[in-house]
Write a new protein. Structure first.
Length: 457
């Protein structure tokens, strides 16, 4: 890797780490904690790549992107930010950042992106779509909250496909936020001033239904909600409608909570329609797949309820633990409804563990979510791994997938085994078929909390 990299970050540790890594890779590095200094370097013609933080002592890195692009249109900028929201990813894309990475970032992954940026010329910027203040204002009520790798990958994919003409199929369980993703794809795109129309099954019943839909949506965005639930006649009408589209057609989006590939194999879904809709597939992870986001989501819903005039309340740490342990079959929508009930039914400033357990209807978890009867564990793991890889779009996940996947499986396996054996480590090790010392080492390495109790079985 060869070239001069300009690093702007107010965190001295990050500046040091990036300087050392880039220097070892063969780059020359200029590092600063000031946006003013960064812009002066750019204006002087220094640098082949910029790596910049967003929140700086003397300004906002995202706000500086248009100015940098004006001075040096061919200079790629990689944005790194601890503000790990979909709005950061969208604003970075809107302001023509070469790439966006959330903090904490994976250093090998950042180095690969930096090498790619240095190797290829930055594309010419399209017309400016919106200013950052407007985009930020529109995103205040979007509950697309999450700092987990799965959600960060989702944000980047949404930002990349937002202004393409490709049809988008959004998949995920009920309550994961598929309709919010569809709305974000419209509201932050070039079509945001045009109609956003959700097609219902009733709209497709009459013969003239598709024609009326097209007249209503114009060149806006047309969403087919839960398209997998439509009958054969409705699917046929949609297929004929898509075949008749001209150059001035609307953007086509569709959502599905079912496995369309499985329905395709069984003949319940048309193959030609499936391929017309699947230009890009955006899989939305379930809440069980991103449990680390549950506290942030809960705080988001608590703050929104307070803004709407309800009495402020906060979660006790033990209450937050119950939320994290619950399987959430209804996903984010169920969590939102739960928080709303807790805001209305309680009077104390702090929401207790007992309140949460009573609202959820069962102590610490409630009914377990079972796999599909026709699906064994290996099939389920394969399905989730495929979704994980799909979330990264055309690029590979950060290195270390093997250990991360093993950890994801090991933690719940050991925790459930410990719970089943009442915290008795000797019995748990025997149950798992591993040495007791190995189990103790795993418990320490994975940070698993062991509670010894009597297990009645």
């Amino acid at each position: 890797m060869d070239g001069t990299v300009l690093v702007a970050d107010d965190d001295r540790t990050i500046r040091t780490v990036l300087t050392q890594a880039l220097t070892r890779a063969g780059c020359r590095v200029h590092a600063t904690s000031s946006l003013v200094t960064l812009k002066r370097w750019v204006e002087e013609g220094r640098g082949d790549l910029v790596i910049s933080d967003v929140v700086m002592p003397d300004g906002n890195g995202l706000d500086a992107l248009p100015e940098i692009a004006h001075m040096r249109p061919d200079l790629p900028v990689i944005v790194i930010s601890a503000q790990n929201t979909i709005m950061t990813a969208i604003q970075a894309a809107e302001k023509e950042a070469f790439d966006y990475l959330p903090k904490p970032f994976d250093l090998p992954d950042l180095m690969k992106r930096a090498a790619r940026a240095l190797e290829q010329k930055r594309r010419m910027p399209p017309p400016k779509r919106t200013d950052g203040a407007e985009a930020e204002g529109r995103g205040d009520d979007l509950p697309l909250v999450g700092r987990t790798p799965a959600m960060q990958a989702l944000y980047r994919l949404v930002a990349r496909v937002m202004n393409t003409e490709l049809p988008v199929l959004i998949t995920g369980e009920s309550g994961t936020g598929k309709s919010l993703i569809a709305r974000a794809l419209h509201d932050f795109s070039d079509r945001r001033a045009l109609p956003f129309v959700v097609a219902t099954p009733d709209d497709l019943v009459p013969m003239e239904g598709p024609a009326k839909l097209l007249a209503k949506v114009g060149q806006g965005t047309l969403l087919f909600d839960e398209i997998g639930d439509l009958d054969a006649d409705a699917q046929a009408r949609i297929t004929r409608m898509l075949d008749s589209l001209t150059d001035h057609a609307p953007r086509i989006l569709a959502t599905s909570q079912g496995d369309l590939a499985r329905r395709l194999k069984s003949g319940a879904f048309r193959q030609d329609l499936y391929y017309r809709l699947g230009g890009v597939t955006i899989p939305v992870p379930s809440l069980r797949e991103r449990i680390e986001d549950i506290p942030a989501l809960a705080e988001h819903f608590l703050a929104r309820a307070e803004r709407e005039g309800m009495t402020p309340r906060r979660l006790a740490p033990a209450a937050a633990d119950v939320l994290r342990a619950y399987p959430w079959p209804g996903n984010v929508r169920q969590l939102e409804n739960t928080i709303q009930r807790l805001m209305v039914t309680g009077a104390e400033a702090e929401i207790s563990r007992a309140e949460v357990e009573a609202t959820l209807g069962a102590p610490t978890g409630g009914p377990m979510v079972t796999l599909d009867e026709a699906e064994n564990l290996s099939v389920s793991v394969a399905r989730h791994l495929k979704r994980y890889f799909d979330l990264h779009g055309g690029s590979l996940p950060p290195p270390g997938v093997y250990q991360r996947v093993l950890r994801e499986i090991e933690v719940p396996l050991i925790e459930i085994a410990l719970d089943a054996t009442g915290g008795n480590q000797a019995r748990c090790a025997d149950l798992l078929g591993i040495n007791r010392n190995t189990l103790r080492k795993k418990i320490t390495e994975l940070g698993i909390e062991v509670t010894r109790r009597r297990k009645l079985m």
